[in-house]
Design a protein around this ligand. Structure first.
Ligand SMILES: Nc1ncnc2c1ncn2[C@@H]1O[C@H](COP(=O)(O)OP(=O)(O)OP(=O)(O)O)[C@@H](O)[C@H]1O
Length: 364
């Protein structure tokens, strides 16, 4: 495993890029710690695969460097980078047994057979493949084959990093949760630097200690799942993370009172604006509670959705759409109601970027 440094790294597919817009990956500098689990998360086309391909050696970056443990590997071919990769689709040998498939990366490196056996059995045990070791890989389900691919990725303990490129795409939805928690558990038990590309926030938030949220070739925020939920740096992150995402309301500020239309909202912990862009108030639906008329800010109810674990109300506050949580057992009569906002969960955004309060308020 290795620490990975990206130094002023950028990539353009244009032969002679003229402006920022020509870069699929905008210049970035960051360090990923040895043994950390990182997810690259973002919508289609944001540059996740480009970044992963630079790390794996499929793409030589048009600018900047990539270092493994301080050594510049920017121009080294994939096979010299000492990495393991797990792709969207299973990469296994159908004619070999499950055991031989798992042993292959080790035998390829001439690891003594005794060590191969111990490691194969350890990894197979972790992935619940122990009873299938002597079976031929052919005829196994796509899920089982992808488990073997994961095992082949994880079997070497001497890799600098293991790269996952949307590995759960082919997995049945009901098995995804099982494999997600398996990968997390394996990372806890094995000292690996793990980089995981996905556009699925649940996968990213379950597997990674640090989630790198990307948009349009740039990193919008890199943080723990709690940071991204409680303190999104940008309205994009607020809306992208969470289901449903953060409420974002145009506002104006007078001291510690925010106004959405003509509605005054007490915001004692709110950040200070600098005068550089339009102001918006952000608050997660989890911190907006639907209440009887007359007990909070007046809203009109447009729709109530039952999400199974909770009910949410889509309402309008001073003409602005807002999503609120309906308390358990609350009866909804008519379309007039109130909402109560948790003042500690209000964030101020200026030109899309969060203005941190002087004293950060933490939940929980
Ligand atoms: N070989 C290529 N030649 C030219 N442009 C490319 C090439 N590969 C990707 N791009 C462009 O670079 C940008 C980033 O693409 P990339 O595949 O890295 O995004 P992504 O986040 O991985 O998307 P997806 O989730 O759809 O794979 C996109 O605008 C894409 O069209």
């Amino acid at each position: 495993m290795a620490r990975i440094d990206l130094q002023d790294l950028a990539h353009s597919y244009h032969p002679s890029p003229a402006s920022d817009a020509d870069y699929a990956l905008k210049p970035m500098t960051r360090t990923w710690d040895d043994g950390g689990a990182y997810a690259l998360l973002g919508p289609s086309g944001c540059g996740k695969t480009t970044l992963l391909n630079i790390i794996s050696g499929l793409i030589i970056p048009s600018r900047g460097k990539i270092l493994f443990d301080g050594v510049d590997i920017s121009t080294l071919p994939t096979e010299k980078r000492n990495i393991a990769q797990v792709f969207q689709f299973p990469v296994i040998y159908d004619t070999m047994s499950v055991y031989d498939n798992l042993a292959f990366p080790l035998r390829n490196r001439r690891v003594p057979e005794k060590e191969v056996d111990a490691r194969v059995r350890e990894i197979a045990g972790m992935l619940d493949l122990g009873r299938d070791l002597s079976r031929p890989a052919t005829g196994l389900t796509a899920d089982a084959k992808q488990k073997i691919s994961l095992g082949r990725g994880l079997v070497r303990s001497d890799v600098s990093a293991i790269l996952f490129d949307e590995p759960l795409t082919v997995i049945d939805p009901h098995l995804k949760w099982e494999l997600r928690s398996k990968i997390k558990e394996l990372h806890r038990r094995l000292p690996l630097t793990l980089i995981y590309v996905t556009h699925d926030q649940t996968e990213a938030l379950t597997i990674a200690d640090q989630v790198v949220v990307m948009y349009d070739g740039g990193v919008m925020q890199s943080g723990s799942p709690e940071d991204l939920f409680e303190r999104p740096d940008h309205t994009f992150v607020g809306k992208f993370i969470g289901s449903p995402g953060m409420n974002i309301l145009p506002c104006r500020l007078e001291g510690t009172t925010a106004y959405v239309g003509d509605q005054a909202i007490a915001a004692p912990h709110i950040g200070r604006p600098t005068g550089n862009g339009p102001l918006e108030l952000g608050i997660r639906p989890e911190y907006v509670t639907l209440a009887p008329l007359g007990t909070g800010l007046p809203v009109q109810i447009k729709r109530v959705d039952d999400l199974g674990r909770l009910r949410i109300a889509r309402v309008e506050l001073a003409g602005q759409p807002l999503i609120a949580t309906v308390p358990e057992g609350a009866a909804i009569n008519g379309t007039e109601a109130s909402v109560v906002l948790d003042p500690r969960a209000l964030h101020l955004y200026e030109g899309g970027f969060r203005r941190a309060p002087t004293e950060e308020v933490r939940h929980g």
